[in-house]
Design a protein around this ligand. Structure first.
Ligand SMILES: *Cc1c(COP(=O)(O)O)cnc(C)c1O
Length: 382
């Protein structure tokens, strides 16, 4: 079976992990700092705005704390969002308000968001679908006018740019994921961007037991002149969601490969696009809005009439496909009163299929997938 997503790991990651074993310091330390620094370079931003954590989901829940989502607030998220976005908002006591997406890019737009803004709206949690940047100019302007916090779920957008600015760094907070299915993998892991230094301190404290972010004393840190080095004080309550050196070692080796990963993905994306854009029954993803924009090519998707049948046909022929993300408007737990108020979402959810996209696909894999799709479509036509 050809996988839809697949990590690429090798000797370089093992070597870095071995160095951590040899150092005998497995917890958060220099390797994590180095990873944060390299990841900052990848986004062309300052390291002091980044903090490594255990997962993107943890970061999304942290966002709800930092921006103080609470009962009476409304927080907007696109229907096509990762499930944890809905959970974090609902868990905070705020009201989850869904907005429709563009039917081709599956991203929220300034127009779909504007329809949902009320005087209770506190924030928007965006998703850069598949690494394709949202059209941010209008969204940021809208957010400014209504005084809304902008949180960018950039789990798919590990190296995406909008008019020269990295996705995840245009709003107040950004989040990336390094889970086992992403382009850059560390097993599990995440990265947080915060624009505000004050919130960054708070985030660090909440991710590490509430210990003061700006003090050198943690738990059991001996410094000269201390009589008792086991005293503990905290600034706030905190969980434990810090990245460790083993995870960061894998991440470091992966960042070095990221450019090649994305190049390979772009080649595959272009091959798919070239083949499918010739065929009138297939809709291909939209192009980027501006030459200054960059995609991370995390997903490739097509839209076709008989999507479910195509998915089964491909699976029966050894190609695994899926659809991301099942709309939150169709998740019963979030009890959206009227899923039909999202016409673009309804279209996208019934017609979109994500095709295999990862660095390990061979030319013949890609050719096989393309010809299976085309065979299926031409049989349906006649
Ligand atoms: C994978 C993913 C997440 C969750 O990331 P974890 O690190 O697994 O918690 C969140 N949002 C999007 C859009 C994702 O694709």
């Amino acid at each position: 079976m050809i996988n839809i997503f697949q990590p690429s790991l090798g000797a370089e990651e093992l070597k870095k992990v071995k160095e951590v074993f040899d150092s005998n310091w497995l917890g958060r330390g220099d390797v994590v700092h180095e990873f944060e620094e390299k990841f900052a370079k990848n986004l062309s931003i300052n390291k002091c705005n980044l903090y490594a954590t255990t997962s993107c989901t943890e970061g999304i829940f942290l966002a709800a704390d930092l921006f103080n989502f609470q009962p009476g607030d409304e927080v907007i998220a696109p229907t096509i969002s990762f499930i944890a976005v809905g959970s974090a908002i609902v868990n905070s006591g705020a009201t989850l308000v869904l907005c429709d997406v563009d039917r081709r890019s599956l991203n929220a737009t300034a127009e779909t968001i504007a329809e949902k803004i009320t005087d209770k709206t506190k924030a928007i949690v965006l998703n850069h679908y598949g690494g394709h940047p949202c059209d941010m100019d209008g969204i940021l302007k809208l957010a400014k006018r209504h005084n809304l916090h902008v949180i960018e779920d950039s789990a798919c957008a590990v190296h995406s740019f909008y008019k020269g600015r990295a996705c995840g760094t245009m709003g107040d907070m950004g989040l990336w994921s390094f889970d086992a299915m992403k382009s850059l993998v560390t097993g599990d892991g995440g990265m947080i961007y915060l624009k505000s230094n004050v919130l960054m301190d708070q985030a660090k404290e909440q991710c590490y037991l509430g210990l003061p972010a700006r003090s050198t004393s943690g738990i059991d840190k001996f410094s000269k002149g201390d009589d008792i080095w086991w005293e503990v004080q905290i600034n706030r309550t905190g969980r434990r969601a810090i990245m460790n050196n083993i995870t960061a070692a894998i991440g470091l080796a992966q960042v070095d490969k990221l450019h090649d990963f994305i190049q390979k993905r772009e080649d595959i994306y272009n091959k798919y696009n070239q083949a499918f854009s010739q065929i009138s029954q297939i809709r291909t993803p939209p192009g980027l809005v501006d030459s200054d924009c960059k995609n991370s090519y995390y997903f490739y998707w097509i839209q076709v009439r008989d999507r479910n049948q195509l998915a089964h046909y491909l699976k029966d022929n050894g190609v695994y496909t899926s659809f991301r993300y099942w709309p939150l408007s169709r998740v019963d737990y979030f009890s959206c009163s009227n899923p039909l108020e999202f016409p673009n979402t309804e279209y996208a959810a019934d017609h979109t299929l994500n095709l295999p996209m990862h660095q390990n696909l061979s030319d013949s894999d890609v050719e096989k997938i393309i010809s299976l799709v085309i065979d299926f479509i031409s049989e349906r036509k006649t």
